[in-house]
Design a protein around this ligand. Structure first.
Ligand code: 5GP
Length: 153
């Protein structure tokens, strides 16, 4: 993915937005393989309660520290599931007038999608299983596991 991104943005700069906290490990690995100039920032979001989750209303807990106007923005996600979080983020970030806005995700549960969101860069398509490790948590635990593992409850 880093090779593909570096090739597509050759001669330009990219602005990576990591979605906290799950994408931290992936972003750290991804950026080390990018050969174009990179800036990073983070956003933290949380869904409203379960009853409203289908509305796709997402609360921004931490916003960007700088403007993304006229910049080549890539949202870096750990996993796309229903797509609601990313759909909201895309709409929100589009209003800030980036030069371009793309999505890079390590994992994609395509069969769980509720809204149309298509990652531009995708590591792996996975089945509808709950995974932890490599930054991904269950109640804040397991983020430090080096591999992506299926959690058996
Ligand atoms: P979406 O809005 O696409 O349904 O949800 C995306 C977010 O849900 C991810 O950023 C992640 O925080 C969480 N999520 C979805 N599936 C999983 C999973 O299998 N494991 C973990 N740990 N988080 C998940």
């Amino acid at each position: 993915m880093a090779g593909q991104i570096s090739e597509e943005y050759r001669g330009q700069e990219v602005f990576l937005i990591g979605v906290l906290k799950g994408a931290v490990v992936f972003l750290a690995d991804l950026m080390r393989f990018l050969t174009v100039p990179v800036e990073i920032d983070f956003m933290a979001v949380s869904s409203y309660g379960k009853s409203t989750v289908t509305s796709g209303v997402v609360r921004i807990l931490k916003d960007l520290e700088t403007s993304i106007e006229n910049r080549n923005v890539i949202i870096v996600e750990d996993i796309v599931d229903t797509g609601l979080t990313l759909s909201y983020l895309m709409d929100n970030l589009e209003t800030r007038k980036p030069a371009s806005l793309k999505i890079c995700t390590l994992l994609d549960k395509v069969e769980c999608r509720q809204v149309e969101v298509t990652p531009d860069y995708r590591g792996f398509i996975i089945p509808d299983k709950f995974v932890v490790g490599y930054g991904l948590d269950c109640a804040e635990k397991y983020r430090n596991i080096a591999d992506v593992c299926v959690l058996h409850r």
